[in-house]
Design a protein around this ligand. Sequence first.
Ligand code: PMP
Length: 396
Amino acid sequence: MNNRQLFLQHLAQTTDFPLMIEVEKAEGIYLYGANGEKYIDLISGIGVSNVGHRHPQVLDAIHRQLDKYLHLMVYGEYVQSPQSLLAKALTDTLPEILDNVYLVNSGSEAIEGALKLAKRYTGRPKLISCVDAYHGSSHGSLSVGGNEIFKQAYRPLLPGVSHIRYGEISDLEIIDKQTAAILIETVQGEGGIRVASKEYFHALRKRCDDTGTLLILDEVQCGFGRTGKFWAFEHHGIIPDILVCAKGMGGGMPIGAFIANKEVMGVFKNNPILGHITTFGGHPVSSAASLATIKILLEENLIEEVEAKAELFKALLVHPKIKSIRNKGLLMAVEFESFDVLKPIIDTAIEMGVITDWFLFCDDSMRIAPPLTISVEQIHEACEVILASIEKVFPS
Ligand code: PMP
Protein backbone atom coordinates (compact mmCIF):
# COMPACT_ATOMS: atom_id res chain seq x y z
CA MET A 1 0.00 0.00 0.00
CA ASN A 2 1.19 3.53 -0.66
CA ASN A 3 1.13 6.29 1.96
CA ARG A 4 -2.31 7.50 0.94
CA GLN A 5 -3.80 4.01 1.19
CA LEU A 6 -2.13 3.42 4.57
CA PHE A 7 -3.49 6.77 5.79
CA LEU A 8 -7.04 5.76 4.89
CA GLN A 9 -6.75 2.17 6.04
CA HIS A 10 -4.90 2.38 9.34
CA LEU A 11 -5.11 5.94 10.61
CA ALA A 12 -8.27 6.92 12.50
CA GLN A 13 -10.24 9.36 10.37
CA THR A 14 -12.19 12.36 11.63
CA THR A 15 -14.16 13.09 8.45
CA ASP A 16 -15.04 11.31 5.23
CA PHE A 17 -13.34 14.06 3.26
CA PRO A 18 -9.82 14.64 4.63
CA LEU A 19 -7.67 17.12 2.69
CA MET A 20 -5.07 14.40 2.01
CA ILE A 21 -2.31 16.78 0.98
CA GLU A 22 0.86 14.71 1.18
CA VAL A 23 3.74 16.84 2.40
CA GLU A 24 7.40 15.94 1.89
CA LYS A 25 8.93 19.03 3.41
CA ALA A 26 7.99 22.40 4.88
CA GLU A 27 10.01 25.58 5.05
CA GLY A 28 8.96 29.13 5.95
CA ILE A 29 5.46 29.70 4.54
CA TYR A 30 5.73 26.83 2.04
CA LEU A 31 4.70 23.18 2.08
CA TYR A 32 6.25 20.95 -0.58
CA GLY A 33 4.15 18.05 -1.84
CA ALA A 34 5.17 14.51 -2.68
CA ASN A 35 4.80 15.13 -6.41
CA GLY A 36 6.59 18.44 -6.73
CA GLU A 37 3.66 20.61 -5.60
CA LYS A 38 4.43 23.84 -3.77
CA TYR A 39 1.80 25.37 -1.51
CA ILE A 40 1.64 28.64 0.38
CA ASP A 41 0.38 27.77 3.86
CA LEU A 42 -2.10 30.50 4.73
CA ILE A 43 -3.43 28.71 7.83
CA SER A 44 -0.19 27.83 9.67
CA GLY A 45 -1.40 24.32 10.47
CA ILE A 46 -4.33 26.05 12.23
CA GLY A 47 -2.56 28.83 14.03
CA VAL A 48 0.63 26.98 14.95
CA SER A 49 3.44 28.06 12.64
CA ASN A 50 3.52 31.74 13.66
CA VAL A 51 7.30 31.89 13.09
CA GLY A 52 7.04 29.81 9.90
CA HIS A 53 7.81 26.16 9.34
CA ARG A 54 11.20 24.97 10.54
CA HIS A 55 12.53 28.33 11.64
CA PRO A 56 16.35 27.90 11.84
CA GLN A 57 16.51 29.11 15.45
CA VAL A 58 13.77 26.68 16.49
CA LEU A 59 15.62 23.84 14.75
CA ASP A 60 18.86 24.86 16.43
CA ALA A 61 17.22 24.90 19.89
CA ILE A 62 15.72 21.46 19.22
CA HIS A 63 19.05 20.04 18.07
CA ARG A 64 20.86 21.38 21.10
CA GLN A 65 18.28 19.89 23.46
CA LEU A 66 18.33 16.53 21.60
CA ASP A 67 22.00 16.28 22.47
CA LYS A 68 21.27 16.71 26.19
CA TYR A 69 18.14 14.79 27.16
CA LEU A 70 14.60 13.90 26.10
CA HIS A 71 11.99 12.92 28.70
CA LEU A 72 13.45 12.52 32.17
CA MET A 73 10.61 12.52 34.67
CA VAL A 74 6.95 13.45 35.08
CA TYR A 75 6.16 17.17 35.29
CA GLY A 76 7.09 19.13 38.39
CA GLU A 77 9.80 17.02 40.00
CA TYR A 78 13.18 17.50 38.33
CA VAL A 79 14.76 20.86 37.55
CA GLN A 80 14.89 20.88 33.74
CA SER A 81 16.40 24.09 32.43
CA PRO A 82 14.30 24.33 29.21
CA GLN A 83 11.14 24.39 31.37
CA SER A 84 12.45 26.89 33.91
CA LEU A 85 13.85 29.23 31.26
CA LEU A 86 10.62 29.02 29.28
CA ALA A 87 8.52 29.83 32.34
CA LYS A 88 10.70 32.86 33.04
CA ALA A 89 10.55 34.04 29.41
CA LEU A 90 6.76 33.66 29.34
CA THR A 91 6.24 35.60 32.56
CA ASP A 92 8.57 38.32 31.25
CA THR A 93 6.07 38.95 28.44
CA LEU A 94 3.23 39.31 30.97
CA PRO A 95 2.04 41.68 33.70
CA GLU A 96 3.81 40.99 36.99
CA ILE A 97 0.82 39.26 38.58
CA LEU A 98 0.91 36.43 36.02
CA ASP A 99 4.12 34.98 37.38
CA ASN A 100 3.57 31.22 37.49
CA VAL A 101 3.39 28.80 34.57
CA TYR A 102 2.01 25.26 34.40
CA LEU A 103 3.32 23.54 31.24
CA VAL A 104 1.21 20.92 29.46
CA ASN A 105 1.07 19.38 25.97
CA SER A 106 -1.86 20.99 24.17
CA GLY A 107 -4.58 23.59 24.19
CA SER A 108 -7.30 21.26 25.47
CA GLU A 109 -5.09 20.10 28.28
CA ALA A 110 -4.26 23.68 29.28
CA ILE A 111 -8.00 24.44 29.38
CA GLU A 112 -8.60 21.38 31.59
CA GLY A 113 -5.92 22.57 33.99
CA ALA A 114 -7.26 26.11 34.05
CA LEU A 115 -10.83 24.96 34.80
CA LYS A 116 -9.66 22.67 37.58
CA LEU A 117 -7.53 25.43 39.04
CA ALA A 118 -10.45 27.88 39.09
CA LYS A 119 -12.77 25.37 40.77
CA ARG A 120 -10.16 24.34 43.31
CA TYR A 121 -9.06 27.92 44.10
CA THR A 122 -12.54 29.41 44.49
CA GLY A 123 -14.28 26.31 45.85
CA ARG A 124 -17.21 27.22 43.59
CA PRO A 125 -19.14 24.89 41.28
CA LYS A 126 -20.19 26.99 38.30
CA LEU A 127 -18.42 27.73 35.01
CA ILE A 128 -19.47 30.14 32.30
CA SER A 129 -18.34 30.27 28.69
CA CYS A 130 -19.59 31.65 25.39
CA VAL A 131 -21.83 30.62 22.56
CA ASP A 132 -19.70 29.55 19.56
CA ALA A 133 -16.59 29.19 21.72
CA TYR A 134 -14.09 26.45 20.95
CA HIS A 135 -11.83 25.35 23.80
CA GLY A 136 -10.88 21.80 22.81
CA SER A 137 -12.12 18.28 22.32
CA SER A 138 -11.60 16.56 25.69
CA HIS A 139 -14.64 16.12 27.96
CA GLY A 140 -14.00 19.21 30.12
CA SER A 141 -13.03 21.49 27.27
CA LEU A 142 -15.93 20.21 25.16
CA SER A 143 -18.30 20.97 28.05
CA VAL A 144 -17.36 24.64 27.92
CA GLY A 145 -17.47 24.64 24.13
CA GLY A 146 -20.29 26.69 22.67
CA ASN A 147 -21.59 24.60 19.81
CA GLU A 148 -24.43 22.17 20.43
CA ILE A 149 -23.82 20.11 17.27
CA PHE A 150 -20.37 19.11 18.47
CA LYS A 151 -21.54 18.37 22.03
CA GLN A 152 -24.88 16.61 21.78
CA ALA A 153 -23.56 13.12 21.07
CA TYR A 154 -21.27 13.14 24.11
CA ARG A 155 -23.60 13.98 26.96
CA PRO A 156 -23.55 13.83 29.91
CA LEU A 157 -20.82 16.45 29.96
CA LEU A 158 -19.67 18.62 32.91
CA PRO A 159 -22.56 19.92 35.03
CA GLY A 160 -22.80 23.56 36.12
CA VAL A 161 -21.79 25.11 32.79
CA SER A 162 -23.76 28.04 31.33
CA HIS A 163 -23.23 29.89 28.09
CA ILE A 164 -23.55 33.59 27.38
CA ARG A 165 -23.35 35.53 24.13
CA TYR A 166 -19.82 36.67 23.24
CA GLY A 167 -19.44 40.43 23.48
CA GLU A 168 -22.91 41.13 24.99
CA ILE A 169 -22.41 43.23 28.11
CA SER A 170 -25.95 42.62 29.38
CA ASP A 171 -25.29 38.85 29.60
CA LEU A 172 -22.49 39.39 32.15
CA GLU A 173 -25.08 39.67 34.94
CA ILE A 174 -25.27 35.90 35.07
CA ILE A 175 -21.76 35.81 36.60
CA ASP A 176 -22.40 35.46 40.34
CA LYS A 177 -20.76 34.48 43.62
CA GLN A 178 -21.21 30.80 42.82
CA THR A 179 -19.23 31.17 39.59
CA ALA A 180 -15.70 29.79 39.75
CA ALA A 181 -14.66 31.17 36.39
CA ILE A 182 -15.68 32.61 33.11
CA LEU A 183 -13.67 31.23 30.22
CA ILE A 184 -13.51 33.31 27.07
CA GLU A 185 -11.41 33.57 23.92
CA THR A 186 -9.90 37.04 23.66
CA VAL A 187 -10.69 36.75 19.95
CA GLN A 188 -13.15 34.00 19.04
CA GLY A 189 -11.37 31.73 16.56
CA GLU A 190 -13.60 28.88 15.42
CA GLY A 191 -16.66 31.13 15.73
CA GLY A 192 -15.22 32.86 12.64
CA ILE A 193 -12.98 35.61 14.10
CA ARG A 194 -15.28 37.60 16.36
CA VAL A 195 -13.77 40.52 18.23
CA ALA A 196 -15.50 41.87 21.34
CA SER A 197 -15.08 45.53 22.28
CA LYS A 198 -12.65 47.01 24.78
CA GLU A 199 -15.71 48.20 26.71
CA TYR A 200 -16.93 44.60 26.92
CA PHE A 201 -13.65 43.32 28.32
CA HIS A 202 -13.59 46.07 30.93
CA ALA A 203 -17.17 45.27 31.98
CA LEU A 204 -16.22 41.58 32.13
CA ARG A 205 -13.16 42.28 34.28
CA LYS A 206 -15.26 44.42 36.63
CA ARG A 207 -18.01 41.82 36.97
CA CYS A 208 -15.40 39.18 37.80
CA ASP A 209 -13.81 41.47 40.41
CA ASP A 210 -17.21 42.27 41.95
CA THR A 211 -18.18 38.61 42.28
CA GLY A 212 -14.75 37.07 43.02
CA THR A 213 -14.91 35.07 39.79
CA LEU A 214 -11.70 34.16 37.99
CA LEU A 215 -11.34 35.43 34.44
CA ILE A 216 -9.74 32.81 32.19
CA LEU A 217 -8.65 34.05 28.78
CA ASP A 218 -8.13 31.42 26.08
CA GLU A 219 -5.35 32.67 23.80
CA VAL A 220 -4.58 29.27 22.29
CA GLN A 221 -5.33 30.64 18.83
CA CYS A 222 -4.93 34.41 19.24
CA GLY A 223 -1.81 34.56 21.43
CA PHE A 224 1.86 34.56 20.49
CA GLY A 225 1.82 37.64 18.29
CA ARG A 226 -1.01 36.62 15.98
CA THR A 227 -3.11 39.77 16.58
CA GLY A 228 -0.28 42.32 16.52
CA LYS A 229 0.45 42.23 20.25
CA PHE A 230 2.26 39.40 21.99
CA TRP A 231 -1.00 38.67 23.86
CA ALA A 232 -4.37 39.66 22.43
CA PHE A 233 -5.61 40.93 25.82
CA GLU A 234 -3.01 43.71 25.60
CA HIS A 235 -5.33 45.39 23.06
CA HIS A 236 -7.90 45.86 25.81
CA GLY A 237 -5.86 46.97 28.82
CA ILE A 238 -7.21 44.24 31.12
CA ILE A 239 -5.40 41.37 32.84
CA PRO A 240 -6.84 37.84 33.18
CA ASP A 241 -6.53 35.73 36.33
CA ILE A 242 -5.57 32.71 34.26
CA LEU A 243 -4.17 32.82 30.74
CA VAL A 244 -4.22 29.78 28.46
CA CYS A 245 -1.92 29.29 25.47
CA ALA A 246 -0.69 26.55 23.12
CA LYS A 247 -0.53 26.23 19.29
CA GLY A 248 1.90 29.00 18.21
CA MET A 249 3.76 28.63 21.48
CA GLY A 250 5.90 25.70 20.36
CA GLY A 251 7.14 26.94 16.99
CA GLY A 252 5.82 23.66 15.55
CA MET A 253 6.33 21.46 18.60
CA PRO A 254 3.47 20.34 20.89
CA ILE A 255 3.20 22.36 24.09
CA GLY A 256 0.63 24.39 26.01
CA ALA A 257 0.43 26.30 29.27
CA PHE A 258 -1.89 27.91 31.75
CA ILE A 259 -0.48 30.84 33.61
CA ALA A 260 -1.66 32.44 36.85
CA ASN A 261 -0.41 34.05 40.03
CA LYS A 262 1.82 31.88 42.21
CA GLU A 263 -0.59 32.07 45.11
CA VAL A 264 -3.49 30.83 42.95
CA MET A 265 -1.43 28.07 41.35
CA GLY A 266 -0.24 27.00 44.80
CA VAL A 267 -3.54 25.23 45.55
CA PHE A 268 -2.46 22.27 43.43
CA LYS A 269 0.10 21.40 46.10
CA ASN A 270 -2.31 20.25 48.79
CA ASN A 271 -5.76 18.85 49.59
CA PRO A 272 -4.97 16.71 47.63
CA ILE A 273 -1.29 16.94 46.80
CA LEU A 274 -0.57 16.47 43.08
CA GLY A 275 -3.79 18.34 42.26
CA HIS A 276 -2.92 18.37 38.57
CA ILE A 277 -0.25 16.17 37.10
CA THR A 278 1.07 15.19 33.68
CA THR A 279 3.77 12.89 32.40
CA PHE A 280 4.91 14.78 29.33
CA GLY A 281 3.81 18.36 30.13
CA GLY A 282 6.53 20.82 29.13
CA HIS A 283 8.59 18.20 27.29
CA PRO A 284 12.18 19.51 27.28
CA VAL A 285 12.45 19.54 23.47
CA SER A 286 9.12 21.36 23.11
CA SER A 287 10.12 23.78 25.87
CA ALA A 288 13.43 24.54 24.14
CA ALA A 289 11.56 25.14 20.86
CA SER A 290 9.08 27.39 22.64
CA LEU A 291 11.82 29.45 24.25
CA ALA A 292 13.38 29.98 20.81
CA THR A 293 9.96 30.93 19.43
CA ILE A 294 9.52 33.66 22.05
CA LYS A 295 12.98 35.05 21.24
CA ILE A 296 12.18 35.08 17.50
CA LEU A 297 8.89 36.88 18.06
CA LEU A 298 10.53 39.49 20.26
CA GLU A 299 13.66 39.99 18.14
CA GLU A 300 12.46 39.77 14.53
CA ASN A 301 9.92 42.60 14.53
CA LEU A 302 7.26 40.11 13.42
CA ILE A 303 4.61 41.37 15.83
CA GLU A 304 5.14 45.02 14.84
CA GLU A 305 4.54 44.10 11.18
CA VAL A 306 1.28 42.21 11.76
CA GLU A 307 -1.07 45.17 11.39
CA ALA A 308 0.43 46.42 8.10
CA LYS A 309 0.40 42.90 6.66
CA ALA A 310 -3.23 42.43 7.67
CA GLU A 311 -4.14 45.74 6.05
CA LEU A 312 -2.39 44.63 2.86
CA PHE A 313 -4.46 41.42 2.75
CA LYS A 314 -7.61 43.49 3.21
CA ALA A 315 -6.61 45.96 0.50
CA LEU A 316 -5.83 43.20 -1.98
CA LEU A 317 -8.75 40.88 -1.32
CA VAL A 318 -11.41 42.93 -3.05
CA HIS A 319 -13.95 41.08 -5.20
CA PRO A 320 -17.74 41.21 -5.61
CA LYS A 321 -17.96 37.68 -4.16
CA ILE A 322 -16.22 38.79 -0.93
CA LYS A 323 -18.82 40.23 1.43
CA SER A 324 -16.58 41.36 4.28
CA ILE A 325 -13.32 40.66 6.06
CA ARG A 326 -13.24 40.32 9.86
CA ASN A 327 -9.85 40.32 11.53
CA LYS A 328 -7.69 41.02 14.53
CA GLY A 329 -4.20 41.26 13.06
CA LEU A 330 -3.33 38.19 11.00
CA LEU A 331 -6.28 36.22 12.33
CA MET A 332 -8.67 36.78 9.47
CA ALA A 333 -12.05 35.60 8.16
CA VAL A 334 -13.03 36.41 4.59
CA GLU A 335 -16.80 36.18 4.34
CA PHE A 336 -18.61 34.75 1.30
CA GLU A 337 -22.31 34.23 0.67
CA SER A 338 -22.37 30.62 1.86
CA PHE A 339 -20.35 27.44 2.28
CA ASP A 340 -21.48 26.37 -1.19
CA VAL A 341 -19.82 29.45 -2.65
CA LEU A 342 -16.72 29.19 -0.46
CA LYS A 343 -15.90 25.47 -0.67
CA PRO A 344 -15.14 25.31 -4.45
CA ILE A 345 -13.01 28.47 -4.10
CA ILE A 346 -10.96 26.85 -1.32
CA ASP A 347 -10.57 23.65 -3.37
CA THR A 348 -9.49 25.59 -6.44
CA ALA A 349 -7.01 27.70 -4.46
CA ILE A 350 -5.41 24.51 -3.14
CA GLU A 351 -5.11 23.18 -6.70
CA MET A 352 -3.46 26.50 -7.59
CA GLY A 353 -1.08 26.31 -4.63
CA VAL A 354 -2.63 28.25 -1.75
CA ILE A 355 -4.00 26.51 1.33
CA THR A 356 -6.88 28.15 3.21
CA ASP A 357 -9.76 26.66 5.18
CA TRP A 358 -13.07 27.54 6.82
CA PHE A 359 -13.97 27.57 10.54
CA LEU A 360 -15.55 24.89 12.72
CA PHE A 361 -18.58 27.05 13.56
CA CYS A 362 -18.53 29.45 10.62
CA ASP A 363 -18.52 27.78 7.25
CA ASP A 364 -19.20 30.80 5.04
CA SER A 365 -15.83 32.38 5.82
CA MET A 366 -12.32 31.61 4.59
CA ARG A 367 -9.68 31.23 7.29
CA ILE A 368 -6.51 33.22 6.65
CA ALA A 369 -3.88 33.03 9.39
CA PRO A 370 -0.48 32.81 7.68
CA PRO A 371 2.90 32.50 9.36
CA LEU A 372 3.71 35.99 10.68
CA THR A 373 6.93 35.69 8.68
CA ILE A 374 5.05 36.04 5.38
CA SER A 375 6.58 38.80 3.23
CA VAL A 376 4.80 41.59 1.36
CA GLU A 377 5.60 39.87 -1.96
CA GLN A 378 4.25 36.58 -0.68
CA ILE A 379 1.03 38.28 0.45
CA HIS A 380 0.62 39.67 -3.08
CA GLU A 381 1.29 36.22 -4.55
CA ALA A 382 -1.20 34.51 -2.23
CA CYS A 383 -3.96 37.07 -2.79
CA GLU A 384 -3.54 36.85 -6.57
CA VAL A 385 -4.13 33.09 -6.35
CA ILE A 386 -7.21 33.54 -4.16
CA LEU A 387 -8.68 36.11 -6.55
CA ALA A 388 -7.84 33.89 -9.54
CA SER A 389 -9.57 30.98 -7.79
CA ILE A 390 -12.71 33.03 -7.26
CA GLU A 391 -12.65 34.02 -10.94
CA LYS A 392 -12.10 30.44 -12.03
CA VAL A 393 -15.10 29.18 -10.06
CA PHE A 394 -17.33 32.21 -10.71
CA PRO A 395 -16.13 33.94 -13.92
CA SER A 396 -17.31 37.57 -13.83
N1 PMP B 1 -8.79 26.85 22.42
C1 PMP B 1 -8.84 27.43 21.21
C2 PMP B 1 -9.25 28.87 21.11
C3 PMP B 1 -8.52 26.71 20.06
O1 PMP B 1 -8.58 27.29 18.86
C4 PMP B 1 -8.13 25.35 20.19
C5 PMP B 1 -7.77 24.52 18.99
N2 PMP B 1 -8.30 24.87 17.79
C6 PMP B 1 -8.08 24.79 21.48
C7 PMP B 1 -8.41 25.57 22.56
C8 PMP B 1 -7.70 23.35 21.69
O2 PMP B 1 -6.35 23.18 21.43
P1 PMP B 1 -5.78 21.73 21.07
O3 PMP B 1 -6.30 21.35 19.74
O4 PMP B 1 -4.28 21.94 21.10
O5 PMP B 1 -6.20 20.81 22.16
